[in-house]
Design a protein around this ligand. Structure first.
Ligand code: LMR
Length: 400
């Protein structure tokens, strides 16, 4: 009964968002949640999304019927192509299945639930340290054991590649390894292609199962690592979000893919996986939400709109890159103690600044700057109006 339930802590990220909203200061800066903002710190509806939205909205045949359990076929087929490539043998050999999900979170959950129920060994899942905070609770909620592999080197503010490889080598054979396909959250640090090759070689030796999470395709590199692992013959799964790259945050649009390794019975085995995923999906959400899926599908399936989408992605990533170089330049000009090179070498939406928890707190208390306490900033929260103020604030707390 209710009286036996202890209070849970507030979600750190959504708590931060609330605190920011409630702060009356006109100087406040929101570098918390990973959501793109334009140069006026406002949410940005991608022009191509607006176009698709208008077309769908004005379609006289639009209705609000259920989608099928697996979601909108126009979306799932396009999502597959976007991730594995239109010419992928996985598609030709019918050994990839895809279900539309409640954004990336739903995809991670569906994959975790499936592995927890159907993996004969129910292996431990290894997460990068650090990782997206939600990974921990999603996987533990479905009953998977969690372990960590080193990822970020505090010293170089880059990849701790040796630490990562040793941990993957030491993990029991057949472990599940969660990998961020690109633009790692929260660090903005990705392996190079050569490092991915070495990771793949080691994972094959140890028979590990790759679970890719991709929420930032289009912001940094593409789906190279996933395609490489498929080429190398891995069985793997992918959680794909369209929240960030379409700006469809609240529409909850995403997909879960399960790719079977090649072989004579791969297609039949994959169909079995698809049938079990459909039962899990039906029992949890029945069928996924339609509107965001229609928008993403329209853009992905129309060559002209697809081009416009790529332009919009360039607009977002281009502005973020300008903020990276602008911030580094300002800190270096001030002679702010420490090295700031990592601000421009890290990629994607985030920078893992290296600021300490105390400094993060001082930034919030004295400067009304909101960021997660691990020192992550969402680069998209910076703009030409607040970047000088932020650099001044960082300079001040670093010198304290
Ligand atoms: C983030 O890490 O800021 C985003 O992925 C938002 C979220 O759901 O946590």
């Amino acid at each position: 009964t209710a009286s036996t339930v202890a209070a849970a802590p507030e979600d750190p990220l959504f708590g931060l968002m609330k605190a920011y909203r409630e702060d009356p200061s006109d100087k406040k800066v929101d570098l918390g949640i990973g959501a793109y903002r334009d140069n006026n710190a406002k949410p940005w509806v991608l022009p191509v999304v607006k176009k698709a939205d208008d077309a769908i909205h004005n379609d006289p045949n639009l209705n609000h019927e259920y989608l099928s359990i697996g979601g909108l076929p126009d979306l799932t087929a396009a999502a597959q192509k976007l991730i594995v490539g239109a010419d992928s043998p996985a598609i030709k050999e019918k050994r990839i299945c895809t279900l539309q999900t409640i954004s990336g979170t739903g995809a991670v959950h569906l994959g975790g639930l499936f592995l927890s129920k159907f993996h004969p060994q129910k292996p431990t899942i290894y997460l990068s340290n650090p990782t997206w905070a939600n990974h921990n609770q999603i996987f533990s909620n479905v009953g998977l054991k969690i372990a960590q592999y080193p990822y970020f080197s505090a010293k170089t503010k880059g990849l701790d590649f040796d630490g990562m490889l040793s941990a993957l080598r030491a993990a029991p054979n057949g472990s599940i390894i969660l990998l961020h396909a690109c633009a790692h959250n929260p660090t903005g640090v990705d392996p190079t292609e050569d490092q991915w090759r070495q990771i793949a070689t080691l994972m094959r030796e140890r028979a590990h199962f790759p679970f890719f999470d991709t929420a930032y395709q289009g912001f940094a590199s593409d789906a190279w690592a996933i395609r490489y692992f498929i080429e190398q013959g891995f069985e793997l799964c992918v959680a794909q979000s369209f929240a960030k790259n379409f700006g469809l945050y609240g529409e909850r649009t995403g997909a879960f893919h399960f790719v079977s390794a090649g072989g004579a019975d791969a297609s039949a085995a994959n169909a079995n996986v698809a049938s079990q995923l459909a039962i899990l999906q039906r029992s949890e959400i029945s069928n996924p939400p339609a509107y965001g899926a229609r928008i993403a599908a329209k853009v992905l399936n129309d060559p002209q709109l697809f081009k416009e989408w790529e332009d919009d992605l360039r607009t977002m990533s281009g502005r973020i890159l300008e903020m990276r170089s602008g911030l580094r330049e300002r800190l270096e000009k001030r002679g702010t103690p420490g090295s700031w090179e990592h601000i421009t070498s890290q990629i994607g939406m985030f920078s893992f600044t290296g600021l300490t928890e105390t400094q993060v707190k001082a930034l919030r208390d004295k400067w009304h700057v909101y960021m997660t306490k691990n020192g992550r900033i969402s680069m998209a929260g910076l703009n030409t109006n607040n970047i000088d103020y932020f650099a001044e604030a960082v300079d001040s707390v670093v010198r304290e």
